[in-house]
Design a protein around this ligand. Structure first.
Ligand code: ZN
Length: 198
């Protein structure tokens, strides 16, 4: 334990995902030794991100405007919607350069033990979107783990009643138990192009 603000900083950093106590300590001491201008820049970016970034009204992706860049892009095919859990998964799919459609970000996955049910996710918005837009295919690209699979299964059931809608799931071959974002571009690209109807 360190004293006062140093320990507070270590505690805050340690709360971030993927940062253990040792990394938190290393980052804290790095910041202590850093040039004041560098720390100020970090501080400003953190503040801007909380004040200026919002979520796209249509797809739920992070956005600086009402509609995100992808939803505003007329070249993107509005008839194919790729459903992902988090905004970071949009980036993962974009990196493959295989996908030219639109997205729908759920904001997580079904996880009853942690209190995440269908109402906590943007599922109602997805159904409304499919009902009002000319969507012909929904690609379920939830994470290849238990929660992601449960979410995909639930969505298949909800989407069954839309006439003429094809529902597909990423081909297997993604590392099980992981996050979509951890799959390399090639593997994810293959899973996307090899998607199958469910
Ligand atoms: Zn959007």
């Amino acid at each position: 334990m360190y004293e006062g603000p140093v320990q507070d900083l270590i505690d805050e950093l340690g709360r971030l995902p993927g940062i253990g106590p040792k990394s938190a300590q290393r980052i804290a001491f790095h910041l202590l030794a850093a040039e004041p201008a560098d720390v100020t820049r970090l501080q400003e970016v953190l503040q801007r991100v909380k004040e200026g970034v919002r979520f796209c009204d249509v797809c739920g992706n992070v956005s600086e405007e009402e509609r995100c860049r992808i939803c505003r892009d007329a070249r993107r095919d509005p008839t194919v919607v790729c459903v992902v859990e988090e905004p970071k998964d949009v980036l993962a799919v974009e990196r493959t350069r295989e996908f030219k459609g639109r997205y729908h970000v759920l904001g997580g996955a079904l996880d009853p033990l942690s209190g995440v049910g269908p109402d906590q996710l943007r599922i109602r918005e997805l159904l409304a979107r499919i009902g009002s837009e000319d969507v012909r295919e929904v690609i379920l690209a939830t994470d290849p783990n238990t929660e992601g699979e449960a979410t995909a299964t639930y969505l298949v059931r909800m989407l069954r009643d839309f006439p003429g809608l094809s529902v597909t799931r990423l081909a297997s071959g993604l590392p099980m138990g992981g996050d979509l974002e951890f799959a390399d571009e090639l593997t994810l690209g293959r899973a996307l192009s090899g998607r199958r109807a469910v």
